[in-house]
Design a protein around this ligand. Structure first.
Ligand code: BYC
Length: 470
């Protein structure tokens, strides 16, 4: 079904055919807009060159135009339905997928949708003030693009809550606008979404590492037996790709400029020359990677085993896996702490599914490291370069929570941890230096001096295009 933009809530779910649901969502809409006004981008602007979804098919799904941010058309889009789709895993494997929520799985599905939904507005809140310090109009536009699409992903989850979870779902949809990132009284649900994103290096690291968790979690929900959730996540993944592009190329550009300054000035200490030293980039990376690893939950989890067995949440690329898709007999090696040593033990694959997903994620994160080191090398910087810290480093969730593990994987005591901390995680001085570089550059085609220019403009536009108008 194509998307009708004359409707108050653009959608491809025939909202007009269900007046009750339409009215319920129309009464949530002003609350969303109020939240956007209070917690969304703080920088006043006129028009922003934004992509808006106009169809869900393979080609031409999006339209680019100058849009006023508060007038962005947030809509409800589900990927096309496959009438023959069957459950690919768990105890219901081979049965037709569900169009309605089975009563026995109501609470679990609602919980998964709420957790997913909670992250979307959280990230908008975290990024609220970044517009004040954008390194270029190109970057500012990308920030707003990410923000409006996270807003749309909130709509995606709110639609499911309203359409399938009755009164309880409507209450949860309300609550999604009431919790706030970093709030003392009612924080966001997952740890990483209560951290600050105070500067653009953090933003690039967040869109690289934390949005990438989003990619993997959405990938597992796309496998869900609950078909509306699966189709929603499939379309969200399409939009998500740009968010990770912002992270990948953002860090690319920082690394490129850092290498250039190191070469020109023949020193690693490039802070006095207006650059971000490699050691500081590594510390930001260490932080964002470790808090993003926490988003996968515990290495062993009965929650995830139940989600899988009952068909609610599959594995990354479930159908490409070469096994029985039931996993009642399978085991998998997992790293654990045994006394003072990190050892590998075989655990039931079912309870280790968070670990399985995290393993896929880590391999994906490694591609960024390889890429950034290639950029450093091609700019004449040899040496160890950037790296992913050990999976146990700086963890608050799972087997390594509360342990002191160095980035190179040594288990150390409290005193050694305290002594090393400043060389592993951003210090107040590192943050102050990064903060000092955050000065807005709003002239078309101009770029701040702490990062390299992007390779290309957006949607074939030149780099000096006026991506944002004030
Ligand atoms: N912080 O059994 P366990 C995105 C809780 S990002 C706080 O090991 P489980 C995006 C856990 O809820 C993707 N609490 O965990 C990115 C459980 O509590 P209950 C978001 C945590 O359930 C950028 C208890 O600890 N989507 O889209 O196997 C921008 C025991 O945990 C944390 C999803 O996460 C934490 N980090 O797995 C915008 C998908 N970790 O139930 C958007 C939906 C765990 O005992 N969520 N806990 O009260 C899930 O699939 C699962 O809930 C989790 C946890 C993977 C998060």
């Amino acid at each position: 079904m194509s998307i009708d933009y004359t409707e108050r809530i653009p959608n491809n779910v025939d909202l007009a055919g269900d007046r009750r649901l339409q009215r319920a969502l129309e009464s949530w809409q002003p609350r969303f807009l109020q939240w956007w006004g209070e917690m969304g981008p703080a920088l006043p602007t006129q028009d922003v060159y934004l992509r808006t979804a106009v169809a869900v098919g393979r080609d031409g799904w999006a339209n680019f135009a100058q849009v006023k941010l508060p007038e962005y058309r947030w809509g409800i889009f589900l990927a096309e339905r496959d009438p023959d789709r069957r459950i690919a895993f768990g105890q219901h494997k081979g049965e037709p997928v569900w169009q309605q929520v089975p009563g026995e799985h109501r609470a679990s599905l609602q919980r998964l949708i709420v957790v997913q939904g909670d992250t979307e507005p959280a990230s908008v809140e975290q990024q609220r003030h970044l517009g004040a310090t954008a390194p270029s109009l190109y970057d500012l536009r990308n920030l707003f693009q990410v923000n409006v699409e996270e807003g749309r992903h909130l709509w995606a989850m709110v639609y499911l809550l309203h359409a399938h979870f009755g009164r309880a779902g409507r209450d949860e949809a309300e609550a999604l606008l009431l919790r706030n990132s970093g709030s003392e009284d009612s924080p966001r649900i997952l740890g990483a979404f209560n951290e600050e994103t105070p500067d653009w290096l953090s933003f690039f690291m967040f869109t690289y590492f934390t949005d990438r968790d989003g990619k993997y979690q959405l990938g597992t929900l796309k496998e869900s037996a609950f078909d509306p959730l699966s189709r929603t996540c499939e379309f969200m993944l399409k939009e998500e790709a740009h968010h990770m592009f912002v992270g990948t190329t953002g860090v690319d550009r920082v690394a490129e400029r850092t290498a250039e300054l190191m070469r020109i000035h023949d020193t690693g200490d490039i802070a006095p020359f207006g650059g971000i030293p490699l050691a500081v980039i590594q510390k930001y990376l260490n932080f964002h990677y470790s808090v993003s690893l926490d988003l996968f939950g515990g290495e062993t989890s009965t929650n995830v085993a139940n989600y899988f067995t009952s068909g609610l949440k599959g594995r990354w690329q479930e159908e490409r896996r070469d096994d029985d898709h039931v996993l009642t007999e399978a085991v998998t090696p997992v790293q654990q702490l045994d006394g003072g040593a990190i050892v590998e033990v075989d655990l039931p694959a079912l309870t280790a599914l968070n670990h399985d997903l995290r393993t896929q994620y880590i391999a994906d994160c490694q591609t960024g490291i390889t890429r950034w080191n290639r950029i450093l090398a091609s700019n004449g910087i040899s040496g160890p370069g950037l790296y992913l810290p050990h999976v146990g480093f700086n963890r608050r969730v799972g087997l390594f929570a509360g342990c002191h593990i160095t980035p190179d994987g040594r288990v150390v005591d409290e005193a050694s941890w305290a002594a090393g901390r400043a060389s592993w995680l951003p210090t107040a001085a590192d943050k102050a230096h990064v903060e000092s570089l955050m000065r807005p550059v709003y002239e078309p085609g101009k770029i701040a001096a702490w990062l390299a220019p992007p390779r290309n403009g957006i949607n074939g536009q030149p780099l000096d295009y006026e991506y944002v108008r004030f």
